[in-house]
Design a protein around this ligand. Structure first.
Ligand SMILES: NC(=O)c1ccc[n+]([C@@H]2O[C@H](COP(=O)([O-])OP(=O)(O)OC[C@H]3O[C@@H](n4cnc5c(N)ncnc54)[C@H](O)[C@@H]3O)[C@@H](O)[C@H]2O)c1
Length: 423
């Protein structure tokens, strides 16, 4: 079919996953990045990278060295490998929302030619590529799967904000719709991933791999969260127990915490959906989701209880929430569960300041209707919700309104002696 010299790659969707991929491929191949968001495209062309996954200097260097970024779908016509990295969220009722995938597949189908390969990187349920996406590609291109065009699936494992585990140094799982395509897809990724690749025997296996990686992490954290809920009733410090238990060789050291974001708190529902369509009602996966989803509310209530214990009048007291992103040292606020803490405190009449040096002010305002503060005052309660490095510079003592003011540490950020409670 093709050799790697002749390939031209179009990456569809330039977010956390797509942009680093387009940047990396552009170092070796003719590469185009296509995104339907005019704003995102304009910003990238202007050298502005909101997700901070790629430094402005690298972006500018790649743009000068041939990386094309566009919102014009007609540019896709000249390419022969299409990599789709669009969002795969869930609906209100926690069902897969495949609208972006459908739209991107339809767009690509309009330009699909004989021998082209479409690789999906979006997180999906096992079977989604061949059962949902391929029919869209066939119908809109009038070409036949595995005869005229081929597919691949290679799940993304990047960890936004993590400068150590990056695209090129995490082993990448690959797959293709037939033997020949598998080898092409695998070689393609091998050519940019220093850590190498793991070729699976089918697209379904590669899809399932991604689904279980995130479901496993969700479950491991949910177990620690359940312990935190139980130990709270016993007045036992969960983190101390975990530290002690970790001295055993086969204990898995996870920490309790709020699980948000659009991967770990979303992807398990994709697996659940597929299982249900096949008549199996998942129990373990869903129970983990339920436990993790209640942690924000639990923390909010815990803060109120600590304030009561310290004789702080709750109504109209002043609270500070440190961090609103779903994870430390990054700007992504999607599905951040910090909002659950905020809502409980807000419902109880507290005046709340939210401070986050990483989150975008306008985005926080538009999604959560919260006006973030830039200058800190003195507070009755301080909640360290996200462990951003910048918070290490804060003088917590001087942020307390009085000796009675409380500090609740969700992330085990401060020493136990400096706080009033932690998860
Ligand atoms: N962010 C992560 O850490 C991560 C890690 C692994 C896997 N994933 C998965 O990768 C996929 C993409 O996630 P992300 O975080 O990069 O999303 P994102 O929201 O950061 O970016 C997606 C981009 O796709 C664009 N887009 C939407 N529809 C489009 C279309 N039809 N054509 C072209 N562009 C379109 C959007 O404008 C946006 O810029 C999801 O399935 C996600 O679950 C994400």
């Amino acid at each position: 079919m093709k050799n790697l010299e002749n390939i031209k790659i179009a990456v569809i969707g330039l977010g956390y996953v797509g942009l680093p991929l387009a940047v990396e491929f552009s170092k070796k191949y003719t590469t185009l990045g296509f995104d339907t968001s005019k704003n995102r495209v304009k910003e990238l062309i202007d050298g502005i990278e909101r997700t901070r996954e790629i430094s402005n200097s690298i972006l500018e260097e790649r743009l000068q060295d041939g990386l094309i970024i566009t919102d014009n779908p007609d540019s896709l016509a000249q390419f022969n490998i299409y990599i789709i990295t669009v969002p795969t969220p869930v609906t209100e009722s926690k069902e897969p929302n495949l609208d972006f995938l459908k739209q991107a597949s339809t767009t690509v189908a309009n330009y699909l030619k004989k021998d082209d390969i479409v690789i999906y990187e979006s997180t999906v349920y096992p079977g989604c590529t061949e059962e949902f996406c391929v029919p869209i590609l066939e119908e809109n291109s009038k070409l036949k799967y595995n005869k005229d065009f081929y597919c691949g699936y290679s799940p993304e494992r990047i960890n936004p904000g993590d400068k150590k585990n990056t695209l090129t140094n995490i082993k990448k799982v690959t797959s293709g719709s037939d033997k020949k395509t598998s080898v092409i897809v695998d070689n393609l990724y091998k050519s940019i991933i220093d850590a190498g690749t793991h070729l699976t025997s089918s697209i379904k296996i590669a899809e399932a791999t991604k689904a279980i990686e995130n479901a496993q992490r969700d479950l491991n954290i949910s177990f620690m969260n359940e312990l935190a809920l139980i130990f709270d009733l016993m007045d036992i410090d969960t983190n101390e127990v975990i530290d002690a238990a970790s001295t055993k060789w086969n204990f898995l050291k996870f920490r309790p915490g709020i699980v948000g974001g659009h991967c770990i708190s979303v992807d398990p529902y994709y697996l659940v959906h597929k299982a249900k369509t096949l008549g199996y009602e998942p129990e373990v996966i869903l129970s983990g989701r339920r436990v993790n989803d209640k942690m924000g509310t639990f923390i909010g209530e815990k803060v109120l209880k600590l304030m009561e214990d310290n004789a702080i009048e709750i109504k109209n007291s002043h609270a500070l929430i440190l961090g609103i992103t779903f994870k430390e040292n990054m700007s992504d606020i999607r599905n951040s569960k910090v909002i659950d803490i905020y809502n409980i405190l807000n419902m109880n009449g507290l005046k709340i300041d939210v401070y986050d040096p990483h989150a975008d002010k306008e985005e926080v305002k538009s999604i959560f209707k919260i006006e973030m503060v830039e200058n800190l005052q003195k507070y009755d309660s301080i909640i360290i919700a996200v462990a951003h490095d910048e918070f290490k510079k804060l003088n917590f003592k001087s942020l307390k309104k009085s000796d009675n003011s409380i500090i609740y540490d969700v992330k085990g950020f401060l020493k136990k002696s400096e706080i009033n409670g932690r998860l």
